[in-house]
Design a protein around this ligand. Sequence first.
Ligand code: C5P
Length: 314
Amino acid sequence: MSHAPAAGVNRVDVEAPAKVNLFLRVLGRRDDGYHELQTLVAPIGLADTVSIRAGRDADARELSLSLSLEGEPALTQSVPADGSNLVLRAARELAEAAGVHGFAEVRLHKRVPAAAGLGGGSSDAAASLRALNELWGCGLATDELSAIGARVGSDVPALLADGPALASGRGEHVEAVPLPGFSCAVVMFDFAVSTADAFGWWDDDGGETGPDPQPSLATLTAGEGGGAWLEALRSGARNDLEAPVMKRHPVIRRVRDRLLERGAGAAIMCGSGPSVAAFFAEGGRLDESVAAELAGMSGRPVVTAGSWTPKAGA
Ligand code: C5P
């Protein structure tokens, strides 16, 4: 594909999937205030839609960016529509890096709640970077987009991987990994947890790092899926932010425990929480009556049909 600067106006609709963390290990606090981590991330079917109309204008003095939000008020009201939105920050960073003069109009249909541990804002930013790289004809490679994404948010590089990925550093080192297909349900809550707070609570509580997930990693990434895979996830995977976040929000622990009692193969808090993902073998799903009970505990409908399906030939 050629990457000559795009003339005229182009538009595209792209999906920005939520992510779940299969494990998240916090290794320690760094001098810059961020935390060194190791995490295994997978995109799932629940997704925002990012619709972008964009073009270049060599005569334009300024970059013109606009953003409008769509979706249920409960989802959009906590999302900023100004320049602090990660989509507009990503667009501005990309335009600066690639010397773009022109415009972008973004419509963002939210389905993934903000500050839920599901990477919603970061995924919107990742999808926008990929789309604008094409629409503006910037021609940047994925590692260049990833470096720009890391300036916008620590989760953005992993979400640019467009599939399961191991992330380390503060999130900027990303390695794509294979994962067998799985099904999951996601319990979301009617409250948010700020990522900065979750890492701060980890510090305050003495900063415990879980066991090295390396022994389970081979089974998780090379396994066939099904029972052995779920067992490796259940026994070897943990999220070091769970204990400090659950201590402040005990309902998350009650939901996690209930999911395990009611048949989930594994149940792990997503990122810095509060959402909890319940994992099943491919095709499995959470019983509707359990989903209704959990929605009563969490204050939000449970997404029962999340999944990761490897791409054909991957
Ligand atoms: O990178 P991002 O803006 O998403 O991070 C939000 C906050 O989460 C940071 O300001 C920092 O307090 C915390 N964080 C961290 N270590 C990471 C990622 C995020 O301490 N690896």
